[in-house]
Write a protein that binds this ligand. Sequence first.
Ligand SMILES: Cc1cc2nc3c(=O)[nH]c(=O)nc-3n(C[C@H](O)[C@H](O)[C@H](O)COP(=O)(O)O)c2cc1C
Length: 192
Amino acid sequence: MDIKEAIRHRRSIGKVKSDPVDKALIEEILEAGIWAPNHCNTEPWRFWVMTGDGRKLLGRGYAEVAAAEAGEISEEELTQRRSAQEKKAFRAPVVIAVAVSPSDQHPVVPEIEEYAAVHAAVQNMLLTAHSLGLGAIWRSGAPTYQPKMRETFNLQGKEEMVGFIYIGYPDMPAPPKAERVPFEQKTVWVSE
Ligand SMILES: Cc1cc2nc3c(=O)[nH]c(=O)nc-3n(C[C@H](O)[C@H](O)[C@H](O)COP(=O)(O)O)c2cc1C
């Protein structure tokens, strides 16, 4: 697919079929991720590909965050909340958790640039998923950044989760009304 076409027509696809996705396609998506620009070649990304019961890992993360925030509620209510959270991880047949692992070897690279590189990796991955005929959405939400989510994925030091890419074959038409403020309104041209 032409790059301009992919950029212009990629949309977040939140509803996908439960049909499995070939491992080769997931590998293409990961390969696209690691070719993102990154300052001093720190390659600060980490990925967890969750399929099948592997998605329980993320489900546990959501549930642990919810339990930590629940306050004083009954056992029954807690069980209900945990199970509602666990289900969220099963909204797509493939979920890729993406984290930033900032390098401490390159003082010239501020942490913000390590995040920038990983965010660029996610965009590469979304565009590649789209070009492969897959639907994908970058999901975050408050649980993403909570200590219990970090613990669940065993993140260390300055490592942080940046989001979860939910991937599968689209089960919805591309949202028809995708709008952007024209770049003219966001741009100043400076020529002298
Ligand atoms: C950092 C980040 C986090 C996001 N988190 C969510 C999310 O938690 N839930 C969601 O439905 N969409 C999420 N999105 C997707 C946006 O809602 C989506 O990109 C936006 O509506 C524009 O639509 P488009 O991607 O189809 O152009 C996120 C996007 C970014 C960049």
